[in-house]
Design a protein around this ligand. Structure first.
Ligand code: 5RP
Length: 226
């Protein structure tokens, strides 16, 4: 049986086939995307592939630049041809949850400016109803405690994400992340509306009606769903 990492790697390698010379490519964040960027790096070095990357985190930027991939700021491109990113959960409508790696804000900005969005996941991420994975919400530090209290009142079961030292995790924008332990989300659109209109919330990890293709690493090889 393949390991989860092998399934992630297979999805990442499959997605790298979508990248061609001259493209502008959004590079997501996470362990699955790491495999994707490794494969692009191999193609850059062995096949002379030339493309421009727009990254969704400092981590991915450092990895890509290590391979000599040209990285530009999202504000310096007209449009991104395709963005390849991971996900924490995805349902059969291609709605999903992101932000397990705390990069949801930059990921959503890059995705919003992309012509095509491809998610790469191992089969464990494919679900019938999203919400088992705690939904990340990025909040500004000022008044974050009040936002947590409000979420508690609403029954969202919020937990401020802490690092190994017990300090609040900081995103690349230096914000906090609050994870909502909802177990299931029956009305993602309604929840998204509520969250985005909460003062202090910068962005949430619900990615709805955005994704074009999902590449699933499973035992029989990568499955491309469109
Ligand atoms: C980071 C993300 C990641 O793409 C998501 O958490 C999936 O990560 P992994 O590929 O490591 O399972 O949204 O903010």
């Amino acid at each position: 049986m393949a390991t989860q990492d092998e399934l992630k790697k297979a999805a990442g390698i499959e997605a790298a086939k979508l990248v061609q010379d001259g493209m502008t490519v959004g590079l997501g964040t996470g362990s699955t995307v790491r495999f994707f960027v490794d494969e692009l790096g191999r193609r850059v070095q062995e096949e002379g592939l030339k493309f421009t990357g727009v990254t969704t985190s400092v981590r991915t930027k450092e990895q890509a630049e290590g391979y000599g991939i040209t990285i530009v700021d999202v504000d310096d491109v007209d449009r991104i041809d395709v963005t390849v990113d991971g996900a924490d959960e995805v349902d059969d409508r291609f709605d999903g949850i992101k932000g397990g790696g705390a990069a949801l804000l930059w990921e959503k900005i890059v995705a919003t400016n992309s012509d095509k969005i491809v998610w790469i996941v191992d089969e464990s991420k494919v679900v019938s109803t999203i919400g088992k994975f705690p939904l990340p919400v990025e909040v500004i530090p000022f008044g974050a405690g009040q936002v947590v209290k409000l979420f508690e009142k609403k029954g969202y079961k919020p937990v401020l994400r802490l690092d190994a030292e017990g300090e609040p995790v900081r995103t690349d924008e230096k914000n906090f992340v609050v994870d909502l332990h909802l177990e299931r989300i029956d009305d993602p659109q309604g929840l998204a509306e509520d969250l985005i209109h909460t003062v202090g919330v910068v962005e949430h990890g619900l990615f709805l009606n955005m994704v074009d293709t999902v590449i699933v690493g499973d035992e029989n090889g990568p499955r491309v769903l469109t």
